[in-house]
Design a protein around this ligand. Structure first.
Ligand SMILES: Nc1ncnc2c1ncn2[C@@H]1O[C@H](COP(=O)(O)OP(=O)(O)OP(=O)(O)O)[C@@H](O)[C@H]1O
Ligand SMILES: [Mg+2]
Length: 497
């Protein structure tokens, strides 16, 4: 093993934002920037630096253990580990391709102490490795391209930090999580925490874009090099302008200008039926008291609920959305859905439909999702199917309906996730290119992502919605002849909560 101080071999000067990132001692730090801005290198150097600053143990060894996390194994190997090794070479930190992949350094610090830095490289698509690393005691972690990682995993990683060294070896001099990313969607957890509600002891850093978008009065725009861009000295000339040529606008805005924006490459599930100009209402939709709300539910650990209402002419109006990244259905209904109903729709009546799979008894208790909702006073019936195709068709049927020149389906602007899903977030992922013509091949079922759960809930709502039934009800208010199934309608009284 090499006993030399690796600093002799590494020449690193941080960028302006990089310096601020290094200077911060926040427990969780985010670094966002355009492609090629030096984010990964900055994080590699931050780990090395914190390892060298670790207080020596009684034997004079500065011990620390780090997890380096990436969403997929191919990207971990091809990108993350490559960057790591380019800056902390093999002779300083030999890497063993075990499960998980591990690196270990041992070198003499200039003050005579030793630095022992263990690094575990793990991808979240290898469940066994992820489980192993998330059960270890670590000093800290670097989550590379964190926009690809669910918040629940970030939380789990945070929970493992600060637990090594311990006992007679001392305590971590600094512990925490560093994470870097290209800009995510503005509906992402990262955006929320960086721009809206930053937790105590978290700090977010944003590098300037490589290009700036200049908007003209006539509605056109152009991209110009940004004089404030960082790391240009280590990139090829015209790096950003060159890659912007011919690229899609969303790509340039996100990857070159470093703007928060969604970037979808799959095929939108409702392509050809959804039209933002027609189906996305410009103004908030009014609640019509006296007419029942229609609820659609998706269950599981990422529950979602969509709230709609049929106008007297049969137009289906989607009024609100509720979702959670990590909750059981009961807590979700209790903490989010019921308070929303009480606040926005006091005294409403409800017809509620859910994923039929929710009829199975839970693992934690003997309750099904339907009985949990029943207990809370939201009687819900299983939708007629949870087969993918009829669910999608139910939504398409609603999207394609016109009522006297008006759209038969309209979404309130506050339903940001539903609308983003329609615009492409809910999509068929690209699974490869067909041989020969280079035609793109898509998955047969929609991708599971942060838009799919609310999209599923909307499908159950649309399966439960029947325009004929609504019309009949309007014609004879007191003679509702519904009841395809039992208990579809009930009086919801928020005061009884
Ligand atoms: N401080 C630095 N000194 C010298 N070269 C650097 C420095 N920082 C980054 N580089 C080089 O610049 C290039 C881009 O750096 P890096 O991979 O860290 O960027 P990134 O922001 O992580 O990019 P991406 O968005 O593609 O992940 C690499 O070739 C890297 O070696
Ligand atoms: Mg990178």
């Amino acid at each position: 093993m090499n006993q030399d101080n690796p600093l002799k071999k590494i020449f690193y000067a941080a960028s302006r934002t990089g310096k601020m990132f290094h200077r911060s001692n926040a427990f969780v730090r985010g670094l966002m920037g355009p492609v090629g801005s030096g984010k990964s290198v900055c994080c590699v150097m931050e780990i090395l630096r914190r390892a060298m600053e670790q207080m020596p143990d009684p034997e004079g060894v500065r011990r620390s253990r780090w997890a380096v996390i990436r969403n997929t194994y191919p990207e971990l190997k091809a990108t993350t580990i490559k960057t790591f090794q380019a800056w902390i070479p093999e002779e300083v930190c030999p890497i063993t391709y075990s499960s998980p992949i591990q690196g270990k350094t041992w070198f003499r610090h200039h003050d005579g102490t030793f630095v022992e830095m263990e690094v575990l490289f793990v991808s979240m698509d290898k469940a066994k490795d992820a489980k192993k690393v998330l059960s270890l005691d670590i000093t800290g972690a670097w989550i590379n391209e964190v926009r690809e990682i669910p918040k629940t995993i970030v939380d789990a990683v945070i929970g493992r930090c600060g637990r090594y060294p311990s006992g007679r070896l001392g305590i971590p001099t600094w512990s925490g999580v560093i994470m870097d990313t290209n800009p995510p969607d503005d509906l992402s957890w990262y955006y929320h925490l960086a721009e809206e509600e930053t937790p105590d002891d978290w700090e977010f850093f944003r590098q300037p874009g490589g290009l700036v978008k200049v908007e003209h009065d006539d509605g056109s725009h152009e991209y110009k090099p940004n004089p404030l861009a960082e790391n240009l000295e280590n990139l090829p000339e015209d790096y950003y302008s060159r890659q912007a040529k011919g690229a899609a606008e969303a790509y340039i805005d996100v990857m070159c200008c470093a703007e928060y924006k969604p970037m979808f490459d799959g095929k939108p599930v409702y392509k050809g039926s959804w039209n933002s100009n027609v189906h996305a209402a410009k103004e908030s939709l009014e609640y019509l008291p006296g007419i029942p709300l229609i609820l659609g539910w998706d269950f599981g650990r990422t529950p979602a609920c969509v709230i709609g209402q049929a106008a007297p002419d049969g137009q289906l109006r989607i009024l609100d959305e509720c979702y959670s990244d990590d909750s059981g259905v009961r807590a979700f209904a209790e903490n989010q859905v019921l308070p929303l109903l009480a606040r926005r729709f006091p005294g409403c009546r409800i017809e509620s439909f859910g994923d039929p799979a929710g009829a199975a008894k839970g693992q934690a208790n003997e309750e099904s999702c339907f009985s949990e909702l029943e207990v809370l006073g939201i009687p819900t019936v299983p939708a007629c199917t949870n087969e993918q195709l009829p669910r999608i068709e139910a939504v398409i049927k609603c999207l394609n309906r016109m009522i006297g020149g008006r759209p038969g389906f309209i979404v309130d602007p506050r339903c940001k996730r539903i609308i983003r899903g329609f615009e492409g977030g809910y999509n068929y992922a690209v699974v490869g290119k067909l041989m020969g013509g280079g035609e793109v091949k898509y998955a047969e079922v929609p991708v599971k992502n942060s838009y799919s759960h609310i999209a599923d809930a909307l499908q159950y709502l649309c399966l439960g919605f029947s325009p004929d039934r609504i019309a009949a009800r309007t014609a004879a208010v007191r003679q509702i002849q519904t009841v395809i199934r039992k208990q579809q309608s009930y009086q919801y009284n928020p005061l009884a909560l």
